[in-house]
Design a protein around this ligand. Structure first.
Ligand code: AKG
Ligand code: FE2
Length: 236
């Protein structure tokens, strides 16, 4: 646990102004990726989504997920995610980092990361202000598995190709390709603090290969200790 926290030289590219979406190249290092993959491997369980009877399995989200414990590597990534958001965001606003794993045919249908008011009480830390989705592992044979924002107009410059799906029909919106080590950051809420419907997105089906991603969600206010300890209802 005496790891020195060294942040990689991340390059940031704005992909959309409204909603704000920023693409981050080289957000996590190869060592961090290998570590996350190794520690999470035994604990993946079928993913759940928020439902009336609490967190439940659903055809909407067929991946496997797990929280990761806050070891030195994870704390270093947390500090990076906080620092990127400026100096006003507090560590207590972070949900436990969540890894998600998709095999062939697995996907996460269109959804928003912001939650219904019933799940975003101040007890729960309010709503999810921002999201990072980090590509932790993408096997060499991976096809599919992009992250699609159907309501966002894609940027046009050719230098995006490779990072984005440039051959896609314009009407399909913005699709990021899964590129290991890179991340997407976006703001989920409008300036008034309401869920922004334009942030709707999906984890497209992985056709071949395996993709492991990581969610870093920041709440509007500190998450109460009770909720942090119960680990619920944060696991969706
Ligand atoms: O798998 C993806 O590309 C996106 C996953 C996602 O949106 C989520 O887990 O909330
Ligand atoms: Fe999401």
């Amino acid at each position: 646990d005496d790891l020195e926290c060294v942040h990689p030289p991340t390059q940031a590219h704005k992909a959309s102004s409204s909603p704000l979406i920023i693409y981050l190249q080289n957000f996590i290092t190869p060592q961090e990726r290998a570590h996350l993959k190794q520690v999470s491997e035994p604990s993946f369980r079928r993913s759940v989504v928020a439902g009336h009877d609490g967190a439940q399995r659903s055809d909407i989200r067929t991946s496997q997920s797990t929280d990761v414990s806050r070891d030195a590597v994870v704390r270093c990534i947390e500090q990076r995610a906080l620092r990127f958001q400026g100096f006003d965001t507090r560590e207590e606003q972070l949900e436990p980092l969540q890894l998600v794993k998709y095999g062939p045919g697995e996907h996460y249908d269109f959804h928003t990361d912001w939650l219904d008011p019933q799940y975003s009480t101040s007890f729960n830390g309010g709503n999810r202000m921002t999201s990072f989705f980090v590509y932790v592992y993408v096997s060499n044979d991976t096809t599919g598995g992009g992250t699609n924002f159907p309501l966002v107009v894609p940027p046009r410059d050719e230098r995006w190709c490779g990072l984005l799906e440039c051959d896609d029909a314009y009407a399909n919106g913005l699709t990021f390709r899964p590129v290991e080590g890179n991340a997407i950051f976006w703001e989920n809420l409008t300036p008034a603090g309401l869920g922004d419907p334009r942030t709707e997105h999906a984890g497209l089906p992985v056709t071949t290969g395996v993709k492991i991603g990581m969610n870093i969600w920041t709440r509007q206010v500190p998450v109460s200790d009770e909720v942090r300890r119960q680990d619920m209802p944060l696991d969706f």
